[in-house]
Design a protein. Structure first.
Length: 214
């Protein structure tokens, strides 16, 4: 819905205030989310109470397309996105599950289906339980469990997320690591730890733009 059509406008995303003003793009500051007061920007709720929502600009006027995933994930967040998650949302007729599924890496989705498990999300990361380390040898070139190390607050893939426990960066395509094997606690400031009981595969969300969340 376009901003000028919203009456009343949402005033909170979960627990955090929404503040409209002369801003170029959505952003966070302290414990609030600041939104552009532009009448033709469109807003799409993803969770009840506007806990998660999409803000999209450039749909009806001659300006560049912009999309932002915003809301309350234990602290306020604004994540710039590529176009695909929004298009997946539209193709589904506005189904929020289609949006979230578009963010999942394909390997995470395949492991969910194969083992009948559900991946969990912490910020930009997805974590899916792997029943056996033996399976990784069929997925990861050169995987060896002897390379797994025990660490305290080990950074995950050059992000603010850390793992305390067992950890191993994984090279899926002989380039920079794009996944991580972990068991223990996945942590990031401002959120509750995600407890990883047993081996989990960690991968970042797809279609993030400019480095991910604010």
């Amino acid at each position: 819905m376009r901003l000028f059509e919203m009456n009343p406008r949402p005033t909170r995303a979960g627990r955090f205030p929404l503040i409209y003003g002369a801003f170029d793009t959505p952003r966070t500051f302290e414990r609030s989310i600041f939104l552009p007061n532009r009448p033709f920007w469109e807003f799409f709720p993803l969770k009840e109470g506007w806990k998660h929502f999409l803000v999209v600009g450039g749909l009806t006027v001659a300006s560049p397309f912009q999309a932002y995933f915003c809301g309350d994930d234990e602290h306020p967040f604004v994540t710039p996105l590529e176009a695909e998650p929004f298009h997946a949302f539209l193709r589904s007729g506005g189904n929020p599950n289609a949006f979230y599924n578009s963010l999942k890496p394909g390997l995470i989705s395949r492991l969910e289906r194969k083992h009948g498990v559900k991946a969990r999300r912490q910020g930009d990361f997805w974590a899916v339980r792997i029943p056996s380390l033996r399976e990784l040898s069929t997925i990861i070139p050169g995987f060896s469990k002897s390379a797994i190390k025990t660490a305290a607050a080990e950074p995950v893939l050059d992000t603010p997320h850390t793992v305390t426990g067992k950890v191993l960066p994984l090279f899926l395509f002989f380039a920079d690591p794009v996944a991580c094997l972990a068991e223990g606690r996945l942590e990031i400031p401002g959120r509750k730890p995600l407890v990883l009981r047993g081996p989990h595969l960690l991968m970042r969300s797809l279609h993030l733009k400019d480095g991910g969340a604010d």
